[in-house]
Design a protein around this ligand. Structure first.
Ligand code: AQP
Length: 326
C-alpha cells in the first residue's frame, strides 16, 4: 500500500478551504493507502501563539479530523511535537537547503510582507514541512494547491540528498484536487481563505453556527452584473461561491449555472447557506461528542507511538547515510 502523509496547523478552527482542499482527500485516501495525519503544532509557532489557545486548538483540530471521517482504525493520527524525529530531520535538511530557494517561497514572502525582519522559523517552515513528509517515506501528500511550491521544494531536497547519499529518501508526489483546491476569502476573493485572517466573515469554519454561516455568505463579495457564471478572472467572488456550492453539494458547476439562470445573487446565496449548513451540521455534532473525550487522548497517544516507530527507522537510516552519531 502506498503511504500518505499530511497535516494541518492548529492555528484556529479548520475552515471549508482546509476541508475541501485537504481534509476531504484525507478521508477518501484511507481505504486503500496507509495514511498518517498530523496536527503540525511546531509549524504553528512560526508565528506568535498563546500557549493556552494553542493547546485547545491542537485538540480542536484532532477532534475535527475524526469528525470529518478520519478513522483511527485505518489512519495514524498524532501531534507533530510528540515525535522528536520531525525536529531532528528538519535540521539535517536545513543543512541541505539554500537561503536562495527558501527566499523564493511565496508563503514566506506573503507572511513577512512589510516586516523589517521575519522570524527564522517562518523562513525555514518549508524545510520542516519537507522533514514531516520525508520522515515517513511518504509516497503521496494530499494538500491544497497553495502548497504546490512547498511540495516541489520537498521533492528537490529529497532528490538532492539522494544524489549524494543514494536511497536516503522516498521522493513524494503532491495530490491536488481540481475542484476545491483553492477556496478564496469571502470578503476578498483575491486572497485564499485563511484560519488566521482577522475578519471572521472572510471564512466559514467547520464549527460555525448556522447564523454565522448565513451572515458570512450573505455578506460575501460578488460583483454588480448579477449573472451566476464561473469566470474566475472577471467574476472571482461568485466563481468562488459557485465552487464551494458545487463541491459541497456534489453538483457540477455547469448544472448550477443552468439552475440559477435568470435568478439573482440573493436566491443563490440563500440556497448556498442551506447547502453549507446541511454539510457542516453532522461534522459539528460529531465534534461535540468527541472533543472532550478520553478516547481522543488515547487516539493521539497511540498515534504518536506508531508514528515514532516509523520515524526512528528513517532517522537511523538518515544518520547512517550522513555519518552522524556513533
Ligand atoms: N483556502 C484554501 N483552499 C484550499 N485549501 C486550503 N488549505 C489551506 N487554505 C486553503 C489547505 O489546508 C491544509 C492545511 O493548511 P495549514 O493549516 O497547514 O496551513 P495554511 O495553508 O497556511 O492554512 P490557513 O488556513 O491559511 O492557516 P493560517 O491562516 O494559519 O496560515 C493544507 O493542505 C492547505 O493546502
Amino acid at each position: 500500500m502506498k503511504r500518505v502523509f499530511s497535516g494541518v496547523q492548529p492555528t484556529g478552527n479548520i475552515h471549508i478551504g482546509n476541508y475541501l482542499g485537504a481534509l476531504k482527500q484525507f478521508v477518501e485516501l484511507q481505504d486503500d493507502h496507509q495514511c498518517i495525519y498530523c496536527i503540525v503544532d511546531m509549524h504553528a509557532i512560526t508565528v506568535p501563539q498563546d500557549p493556552k489557545a494553542l493547546k485547545e486548538h491542537i485538540l480542536d483540530v484532532a477532534a475535527l479530523y475524526l469528525a470529518v471521517g478520519i478513522d483511527p482504525e485505518k489512519s495514524i493520527v498524532f501531534v507533530q511535537s510528540d515525535v522528536p524525529g520531525h525536529a531532528e530531520l528538519s535540521w539535517v535538511l536545513t543543512c541541505s537547503s539554500y537561503t536562495g530557494e527558501l527566499s523564493r517561497m511565496t508563503q514566506f514572502k506573503d507572511k513577512s510582507k512589510n516586516k523589517e525582519s521575519a522570524p527564522t522559523g517562518l523562513f525555514t517552515y518549508p524545510v520542516l514541512m519537507a522533514a514531516d513528509i520525508l520522515l515517513y517515506d511518504t509516497d503521496v501528500v494530499p494538500v491544497g494547491n497553495d502548497q504546490k511550491q512547498h511540495i516541489e521544494l520537498c521533492r528537490d531536497l529529497a532528490t538532492r540528498v539522494n544524489g549524494k547519499y543514494p536511497g536516503t529518501f522516498v521522493v513524494p508526489d503532491g495530490r491536488f484536487l481540481k475542484e476545491g483546491a483553492r477556496i478564496m476569502a469571502l470578503d476578498d476573493p483575491s486572497k485564499k481563505m485563511s484560519k488566521s485572517a482577522e475578519n471572521i466573515h472572510s471564512r466559514i469554519s467547520l464549527l460555525d453556527e448556522p447564523s454565522k454561516i448565513k451572515k458570512s455568505i450573505m455578506k460575501a463579495t460578488t460583483d454588480s452584473d448579477g449573472v451566476i457564471r464561473l469566470d474566475t478572472e472577471n467574476k472571482p467572488g461568485i466563481s468562488n461561491l459557485l465552487n464551494i456550492y458545487s463541491v459541497l453539494s456534489e453538483t457540477p458547476v455547469a448544472d448550477l449555472e443552468k439552475k440559477y439562470e435568470g435568478k439573482g445573487y440573493g436566491d443563490f446565496k440563500k440556497d448556498l447557506v442551506e447547502v453549507t449548513v446541511d454539510a457542516l451540521t453532522p461534522i459539528r455534532e460529531r465534534f461535540e461528542e468527541i472533543r472532550h473525550s478520553e478516547e481522543l487522548m488515547t487516539i493521539l497517544r497511540d498515534g504518536a507511538e506508531k508514528a515514532d516507530e516509523i520515524a526512528r527507522k528513517t532517522m537511523k537510516r538518515v544518520k547512517e547515510n550522513f555519518g552522524l552519531g556513533l
